[in-house]
Design a protein around this ligand. Structure first.
Ligand SMILES: C[S@@+](CC[C@H](N)C(=O)[O-])C[C@H]1O[C@@H](n2cnc3c(N)ncnc32)[C@H](O)[C@@H]1O
Length: 283
């Protein structure tokens, strides 16, 4: 089976059925979560400070869910309406925009403290959207130039992606550099067919060209994964201590339904006096 980005434009490939299948696949959930954590590590944000992040090609919010868990405020953009619909259903916290990143961003200069993108960039090199307006190099130029302007100085943008050749890596890196970014490629587990991952780690501003590109991970990937899992679990336990999610009471559900109706969703259930969280029967 050929790669997804060779099969159809993204908003067609990720239609209703594929968007649900993708999101509910537990293997995909795990892999996207791991890569999001690694992208956050490479973003190197100051610890315990709030940050406003951009999730580029946010899809159904698998990466966004990690941003929520880690306490970041975020905005997600994606070109596939079905993926965004699933993200809405999953009630991710980020604000979602339907947008083709190849057309560039219109965010205010210096809006974001950082950007991540997981498994997206290869799409800009291959299948166009249904309404292509120019060639991949033009789209990449518009994308990187407007992203550079939307980011704070200094900051970083980290992309995990699946290039199909060294030429693609070279093309992407050189266009990003022309747009003003420093940085370069980080390869994790370069000698493992299974665990090898490629990240583009871009720097904006002060010291951009002199900042060291982070080192890729090497060694025993299974052991590393276990250690990272434990670290995350402890972090999450510490964070959740004394912090409970607000209850989903009747008012919360009514507000949510109202929002869906305003957004034009058709199958929102009618309100009833029983609307509210289902409780376990008490015997
Ligand atoms: C493999 S999914 C990854 C989704 C999400 N980042 C995650 O980790 O689960 C790739 C996503 O990139 C989006 N995408 C591809 N080309 C795009 C474009 N030109 N503009 C915006 N989003 C795009 C697709 O619609 C899809 O949701």
């Amino acid at each position: 089976m050929s790669r997804p980005e060779l099969q159809a434009p993204p908003e067609i490939y990720y239609g209703d059925t594929e968007a649900k299948k993708y999101t509910n696949n537990s293997r995909i959930q795990q892999v996207q979560a791991d890569m999001t954590y690694r992208a956050l590590e490479l973003l190197n944000l100051p610890p315990d400070e709030p940050a406003f992040l951009l999730d580029i090609g946010c899809g159904s919010g698998l990466s966004g869910e990690i941003l929520d868990q880690e306490g970041y405020i975020w905005v997600g953009v994606d070109v596939a309406p079905s993926m965004l619909e699933v993200a809405l259903e999953r009630e991710v916290e980020g604000d979602l925009f339907l947008q083709d990143i190849g057309q560039g961003f219109g965010f205010r200069p210096g809006s974001f403290d950082g950007a991540i993108s997981v498994s997206v960039l290869q799409w800009l090199l291959n299948a166009e959207t249904s309404h292509p307006t120019s060639s991949p190099p033009h789209r990449l130029t518009r994308f990187f130039t407007t992203l550079h302007s939307a980011l704070k100085n200094p900051s970083r943008a980290v992309f995990q992606f699946y290039p199909s050749s060294d030429d693609q890596i070279q093309l992407i890196t050189s266009i990003a550099q022309k747009a003003g970014f420093g940085g370069g490629i980080v390869v994790d587990y370069p000698n493992s067919n299974k665990a090898k991952k490629i990240f583009l780690c871009l720097f904006v501003g002060s010291g951009g060209s002199t900042q060291q590109i982070p080192k890729g991970l090497e060694g025993d990937e299974e052991l590393d994964a276990k250690v990272r899992f434990e670290q995350r679990r402890h972090r999450e336990q510490r964070r959740m201590k004394g912090k409970r999610k607000p209850g989903r009471d009747r008012d919360w559900i009514l507000k949510k339904k109202e929002l869906y109706r305003k957004r034009g969703k058709e199958d929102v259930p009618r309100d009833s006096k029983f609307t509210g969280r289902k409780r376990k029967p008490v015997f």
